[in-house]
Write a protein that binds this ligand. Sequence first.
Ligand code: PSU
Length: 306
Amino acid sequence: MQLTYSAEIEAIRTDAGFSKPVVALESTIITHGMPYPQNLDVARAVEQEVRDAGAVPATIAILNGSLHIGLDPGQLTDLAQARDVAKVSRADMAFVMAQGKSGATTVAATMIAAQAAGIEVFATGGIGGVHRGAELTFDISADLRELALTDTIVVAAGAKAILDIPKTMEVLETYGVPVIAYGQDEMPAFWSQKSDIPAPLRCDTPQQIVAGLRARQALGLSGGQLIANPVPKADEISAEEIGPMIELALHEAHRQGINAKAVTPFLLGRIFELTEGKSLQTNIALVKNNARLAAQIAKSCWELPK
Ligand code: PSU
């Protein structure tokens, strides 16, 4: 696949890969997950977290048909302000590229791009999952199947709490995806540290995560892993506080007939309004926290190569 690299990534490319640990970052969170101008500040701050932790950030997006591994500062600024950028996943990324269009990559598409570029670790906010009411709508994010298929470690604050977390866990189990809570026994719930849902696996250090990854590879097992990293306590919104607002936003989405790819951006936007901006502050804090952990995991991957 033809990939286009930012100057920062180009500078560390070698025949064997990269001369420094790299962390992939997605772009749908910029175009569809947060409002401008906070989205641009966050995109820059998250890249800086990765650098401060000793790795190199590669924000991934499709610009005019080219799959970019790392965005230069001007490209990041343009993307944060762009309107009508497609939200691309496995099903449509190749078509957006073939037609010379631009697209923001979701978790699924970013995993594919990271694997193509040889990047093992990717940080985001929260993965997509099984939507509430999926027994009727069948609305299940393509992110879950991607975790089954593509060999990228995804660091997220769990699945977004707008989703049905127990059903999301069931699907991940069916797909054989390791779901690892970081430093606690239960799954985090995006804006909240706790969910009362036990985590299938727990790791307490980046080294443990990478030891598990290498053991999976030695067994010949393909597919990704989800590292569920709880939001820092000081930044969380408790499940009791945010729960009623999620219910209200879901009710409105249903009444307005919002479906498919529009559901998650609609819900995040409404919860931002209902919490008077607090959900965004928590979202920002958890993404930065995930970027820091992803950088540490990337460094451990580096110390324990395949
Ligand atoms: N994390 C965030 N905000 C976001 C997302 C992740 O903090 O907006 C994006 C990711 O790109 C993820 C997408 O893939 O939400 C899920 O969309 P859907 O539910 O339509 O699959």
